[in-house]
Design a protein around this ligand. Structure first.
Ligand code: SIN
Length: 424
């Protein structure tokens, strides 16, 4: 990708900022707004002399999985919305993109995101790896927002790419009033074509890009069922945000996960790892069945309460039975942010793996991948130890050495990050 075009010299990206778009389409300097001409005025035309020539244009691969971003109200019979759009139609909502980037497509699923399987997540990872081999400059995964953080986190654990991967969704259907999908897609293209997100000495990272913010896959979570401003990275904060003209970079781009190796993407979908939740007087039938040998599980993830990770008595009891039966048990917290006390369960210290500040749905994916690593990882033959090792490596308080030599700056304190800057 050549960063020295007219557009990149002004914005740091081959994608022009909004004002440059307006100039290109004649809206600034005497012309009319694109698509907004008055009666009798001529249609605006692009000033093609300002466009990059074909050899300078980056290529992004759009990998489609479904979700609201692929939906329209028109396709629904019940007044809601339904999936109706392929990847080309989603990109077609931002027609001017094709003047600046080459876009190739792959569809791996067409589902609501809560219906996606671990197998689908693995297929997204394989498609992203293929895209890098094909030489594209970035990957954009179009996805439902309900489980976007899970698929993005899974992919961040397994992908070690030189190119960035942006997961993009929409809270509103494509033909709804003020649909957000086109804007989110444009943000993802802007991100993928910026040099800040192309890291040469560590994985370029996996991000969730919505509402003009760029979030690290590890930290981001959906916080509201309907609002546009639903994605939040809590105390860690977003990596960056786009204005019309600028990228505001708040944290160092890159992966904030453990970046696993020796995992087996084909074995991951076979793993049976239930999440057992607590609540006042809750019971853990699933754990009881597993401990009794009547339900064959590979591990259990407890969704416990706060810093101490306490659970209801009828959840704790069967948890001990499961450990006695040799089933690996990991503990996560149902609290939105913050770590857990690793010393809980005095008589069980070391038996239960504390999954740091991961929510149970992300902890479960990390456990699943860790279970596939034992066979392929020299020196490890114990599932519990492998889960513990990956949890330790992904601990935020540790300055974990990535697989590649890192240029990440460490402050030596509990947080890995780092620099505040505003990049044009
Ligand atoms: C889904 O997650 O597939 C449906 C909801 C959405 O995309 O916002």
């Amino acid at each position: 990708m050549d960063e020295n075009t007219d557009s990149s010299s002004k914005t740091g990206s081959l994608i022009p900022n909004r004002r440059e778009f307006l100039k290109l389409t004649g809206a600034v300097g005497g012309g009319a707004l694109l698509g907004g001409t008055g009666v009798g005025e001529p249609e605006p035309t692009l000033d093609r002399s300002l466009l990059p020539d074909a050899s300078e244009r980056p290529e992004v691969r759009v990998i489609a999985t479904g979700g609201t971003i692929a939906s329209t109200e028109e396709a629904a019979e019940d007044g809601g919305y339904a999936r109706s759009e392929g990847a080309e139609q989603i990109v077609g909502a931002v027609p001017i993109l094709e003047e600046f980037v080459d876009i190739s497509y792959e569809s791996v699923a067409n589902k609501g995101s809560s219906s996606l399987l671990v197998e689908d997540y693995a297929n997204v990872a394989k498609a992203a790896m293929r895209a890098e081999v094909d030489g594209v400059d970035g990957v954009i995964v179009t996805h439902g927002t309900d489980a976007i953080e899970e698929d993005a986190f899974f992919n961040d654990l397994v992908l070690d790419l030189d190119i960035p991967v942006a997961f993009v969704g929409a809270m509103r259907a494509g033909d709804s009033v003020s649909a957000d999908g086109p804007r989110n897609l444009l943000s993802a293209v802007r991100m993928c074509t910026r040099s800040e997100f192309h890291l040469s000495d560590e994985p370029s990272g996996v991000y969730v890009v919505l509402n003009e913010q760029i979030h690290a896959a590890r930290d981001v979570t959906k916080t509201h069922t309907t609002k546009l401003e639903t994605f939040d990275s809590g105390p860690a904060g977003p990596i960056g945000a786009f204005t019309d003209n600028e990228l505001m970079l708040y944290r160092e781009p890159g992966s904030y996960t453990a970046n696993l190796s020796n995992y087996d993407l084909d074995a991951a979908p076979e793993m049976v790892v239930p999440i057992v939740a607590t609540g006042a007087g809750a019971e853990a039938y699933v754990t009881e069945q597993a401990a009794a040998g009547e339900y064959d599980v590979d591990a259990i993830v407890i969704q416990a309460t706060g810093w101490w990770g306490g659970t209801a008595p009828d959840v704790s009891g069967p948890t001990g039975d499961a450990l006695d039966a040799g089933i690996p048990v990991a503990r996560s917290t149902r609290v939105h942010w913050g770590p857990m006390n690793p010393g809980y369960d005095d008589d069980r210290v070391g038996d239960i793996v504390v999954m740091e500040d991961l929510p149970s749905w992300k902890a479960r994916l990390q456990v699943i991948l860790a279970l596939t690593m034992t066979e392929n990882h020299p020196g490890y033959d114990d599932d519990l130890e492998m889960i513990r090792e990956t949890a330790r490596e992904s601990k935020y308080a540790l300055d974990v050495a990535p697989r590649r030599q890192s240029s990440r700056v460490s402050l030596g304190g509990p947080f890995r990050l780092v620099r505040h800057s505003s990049a044009r």
